[in-house]
Design a protein around this ligand. Structure first.
Ligand SMILES: CC(C)(COP(=O)(O)OP(=O)(O)OC[C@H]1O[C@@H](n2cnc3c(N)ncnc32)[C@H](O)[C@@H]1OP(=O)(O)O)[C@@H](O)C(=O)NCCC(=O)NCCS
Length: 220
């Protein structure tokens, strides 16, 4: 499938996955030039590798579209010192990119308090990386199955991105064990390290496989 075709399929899937009152956008890196950034953003990215500049701009294009849909006048969300986007007052969201595709989700803070979005390939995770991702309680689900391990990886990245703005805590994949429902495309927390805020136990998780990508969302 072409990048454009994948991008349309991912947009359709993300729209189904996103909880109500969230806005989403998907863009391919080829569309990166369609966004005009403020001068301070160009100052920040001008020394970056071309690929990373395109990825960043494609992500900001998605942010701009998603924030417009939820009614924000400020539509850029430049990163802070931790790389975390500065969402406009009263709004929150999350950005992800993978292999030429960027995506964003945005919502009003009055509707949601935490949100994390992730996009991964399902055929890239090495065995050694999978071992770092999979918690002992998840071994029966992941086994030697690269797709299932990739789903866990993506869901945990979404978890990490949802929790970071509140905690500013780095994570370790094996501090979280998830129970995944492949039929429903949902997951629940089986076990979570107690150093994380118990509010995170209320996170909802959803994921969807599209071609050889997995999209994951975590929100509360
Ligand atoms: C932050 C992180 C998830 C980003 O990974 P990545 O492979 O670049 O992933 P994505 O493309 O999906 O996301 C990148 C975007 O996430 C956002 N981001 C960056 N740091 C972030 C953070 N700490 N929290 C939330 N979002 C963050 C940015 O918008 C970034 O895009 P941009 O730089 O173009 O603005 C990763 O670097 C990381 O630190 N992971 C830790 C994983 C972990 O500890 N997991 C444990 C789970 S229990």
């Amino acid at each position: 499938m072409s990048l454009k075709g994948i991008s349309i399929s991912l947009q359709n899937a993300l729209d189904v996955l996103a909880p109500c009152d969230c806005a989403t956008a998907v863009s391919s890196h080829g569309e990166a030039e369609l966004i005009e950034l403020p001068n301070n953003a160009y100052d920040m990215i001008h020394s970056w590798a071309k690929h990373r500049q395109e990825e960043f701009k494609a992500g900001r294009r998605c942010v701009s579209q998603a924030l417009a849909k939820v009614g924000s006048e400020d539509r850029i969300a430049l990163p802070d010192a931790d790389g975390l986007p500065n969402w406009p007052h009263g709004f929150l969201g999350s950005i992800t990119h993978s292999l030429g595709i960027a995506m964003a989700v945005a919502a009003k803070k009055e509707k949601y308090s935490l949100i994390g979005l992730d996009l991964e390939k399902t055929n890239r995770l090495s065995e050694s990386a999978a071992r770092r991702v999979v918690h002992p309680l998840e071994v029966s689900f992941a086994g030697d199955n690269q797709v299932n391990a990739s789903i866990l990886f993506s869901l945990k990245e979404a978890f990490y991105k949802a929790q970071f703005p509140r905690s500013r805590e780095l994570g370790n994949f094996r501090e979280l064990a998830l129970s995944v429902n492949l039929v429903e495309g949902t997951a629940d927390i089986k076990e979570m390290n107690t150093r994380f805020d118990s509010e995170l136990l209320h996170l909802s998780f959803a994921f969807k496989i599209v071609d050889d990508f997995v999209i994951s969302l975590a929100w509360t």
